[in-house]
Ligand binder design. Structure first.
Ligand code: HEM
Length: 236
């Protein structure tokens, strides 16, 4: 039992857990973004991709359960590390000693909580169709939400994304959330390698540079979709 609790008790082990789960989540975000960007190849491309993902429901549910577990473990250990660091330094320094620490690295808890709120909203929006049920892709066949098929001849994932991002408030909320995600990854994308002991004086510049580049590409890639739709672009 004691050995099972070791990762929870040890700060070092907790950092390993954060590094591994963080890398897994970043991998998901990159793959998910590349999948979503297929909307720029046309409606059919995004819909084919979305339908392929659903072809083997057992696999899909195993992947979803795995992702959810990784996400929860990342949050629990993140909160634990944050509490430990507060306990270690209960009184704030009069002069901040964090000249070298970036804003992103000092606000990982805040940006993490904003991402959590975004993911909950995003799932209610696109996965469960609860925020805009009349625009939901499966409203017709899966959940029998009352609607007129004649008014919605093309109800599909691409159409759902377009209808979602046509609303300025929704698009702006996504863009703000993506910038916050970028800030979280700006620090996280480099620090997980540090936690695994792979960052040293020689590799530091390269790893920090790569981390920043990944964060910027994720923000640009993810914001491109709502911004393009808001600007009037429509997939062919
Ligand atoms: C503008 C950016 C994004 C777009 C356009 C987008 C689009 C979508 C769509 C259309 C779905 C439903 C797919 C389907 O059921 O067929 C979905 C699901 C999901 N998205 Fe996103 N997404 C974006 C960003 C993100 C980000 C940044 C995260 C994580 C931080 C994320 C996490 C998820 C998760 C966890 C699911 C549920 C996957 C599942 O049902 O198995 N998304 N997204």
């Amino acid at each position: 039992m004691n050995s099972l609790l070791w990762p929870v008790r040890s700060t070092l082990a907790s950092k390993y857990v954060m590094a591994v789960t963080g890398a897994g989540l970043m991998g998901f975000v990159i793959v998910h973004m590349l999948g979503n960007l297929q909307i720029f190849l046309g409606r059919q491309a995004l819909n084919d991709y979305a339908h392929h993902l659903e072809e083997v429901p057992t696999l899909l549910w195993i992947a979803r359960a795995g992702l959810l577990t990784i996400f929860i473990v990342h949050i629990v250990f993140g909160l634990r590390l944050w509490t430990l660091s507060r306990r270690a330094r209960p009184v704030r320094y009069v002069y901040e000693d964090t000249v070298q620490a970036s804003w992103a690295s000092r606000h990982m808890l805040l940006t993490g909580l904003v991402i959590l709120a975004f993911v909950i909203y995003h799932l209610l929006h696109f996965t469960f169709g609860l925020t805009d049920p009349k625009d939901y892709k499966y409203a017709l066949d899966r959940y029998a939400v009352p609607m007129d098929p004649a008014l919605h001849p093309e109800l599909d994932v691409a159409e759902m994304v377009v209808r979602g991002f046509e609303k300025p408030l929704v698009s702006i909320a996504y863009v703000v959330a993506m910038i916050v995600l970028g800030l979280h990854l700006w620090h996280g994308a480099g620090s997980w390698l540090q936690s695994l002991g792979l960052k040293n004086k020689r590799t530091m510049l390269l790893i920090d540079g790569l981390g920043a580049a990944v964060a910027v590409l994720i923000v640009i890639g993810n914001c491109a979709i709502p911004l393009a739709i808001l600007a009037g672009w429509r997939p062919s």
